[in-house]
Design a protein around this ligand. Sequence first.
Ligand code: ARG
Length: 467
Amino acid sequence: MTGTKDYKLWGGRFAEPNHELMERFNASLGFDRRLFEVDIAASKAHAAMLAEQGIIGREDAEAIISGLEQVRAEITAGDLELTDPSLEDIHTAVEARLQQLIGEAAGRLHTARSRNDQVATDLRLWVMAAGRELDQALLQYQRALVELAEKHLDTLMPAYTHLQPAQPTLLAHHLLAYYEMARRDRRRLADCLARAAVLPLGAAACTGTTYPIDQAAVAEQLGFTEVCANSLDAVSDRDFAAEYLFVLSLVQIHLSRLAEELIIWSSAEFGFVTPSDAFATGSSIMPQKKNPDAAELMRGKTGRVIGSLVGLLTVLKGLPLAYNKDLQEDKEPVFDAHDHVLDSLRVAAPMLEGLTVHADRMRASVAQGFLNATELADYLAAKGVPFRQAHEMAGRAVRLAEQQGVGLEQLELAQLQGISDQVEDDVYEALDPRTAVNRRTSAGGTSAAGVAKALKEARKRLWPPKK
Ligand code: ARG
């Protein structure tokens, strides 16, 4: 292990050292060490630009760049101790080690920048990489949804409103609703990442720098598409982090809604699904139990993810321009939310894959609760009865069937004709749940043809043909 003790970036003005408590209170190294890769990448680009612009010597820049490469390798290998709070943060720790490795030249790296624009650059780079990782996880999750949906194009189930059985639908249609949420999540993410890709470096402490730097070159080198338009904003803007947290929150909320359904569906009362052993747990006291813990954790983690968003928003509220140390509190919520959402997505895909669907139970539920009452009303309306009256008549039919303990389709033709003389024997065809599903051909409707088309489009988007 290599140690770097007591390296300070700001010692000159101080006669006394920090109190030990202050040192610990002030330090962010314990968590911002996760920024080491992006911090070093940004420093390398900065050093190369400084040399290119003639601000520092070429040899110094070369020494800095190869030294930084070594620091990166040491941290990656776990050979560099990053725990000493006297090192304050990752920026200091990297520079301290660089100084040990290459000596005086290390002191030229910080020319024309400040930790204020440096940390803003680092966090943006981190979010940009994290966002790409999130997008991949969302893609895998979407694929799992679509693959499960493809197996259930024929599986009838009740659609619910108010959690009361409403109308027949297909399980594929239900699952594709979650696919659509994830599709919006990915578009929202792309939009957020485009706004994150603005380079703050060059804003320096807050008002810019006097050195003839080339920000466009650094931006290009690091994958930023724009350079900041206002230095005060550049060092204090954390919108990108808040937006990323909002994207993460909504992803987790969507997962949580799916999780909630799977939890309800796996109850004995519903019996629609059984989680695989790989994604369930048992009880230490009740031997019969198989609990849907994976789904429950997905639902539960939503609390901390939304908490992270609200936490950061609250840090930002009321901050005067430009940089304030409060902003050091921006990183942990972003890291934590990202980690837990990613874990959830990565669990969701195989959890869906391992799910046993009890199509018979779903089908049996469709036969209960008069899910075809709307069909009867529509049937009568099609025969010329005004819909209001048709609705009333269908309601009376439901009451009659309920009294007799049967479904609408089990009422005698004469009984149905007693409610409306418009009823003919083609009514039974109309009351069939398959008919109910397949007649819903409006855009986005549940007809088997419509759902098959949606599945095909999804497959094309998620598995684009290789060129
Ligand atoms: N650790 C600090 C942060 O995360 C780095 C920036 C420090 N800047 C300063 N002026 N003290 O915000």
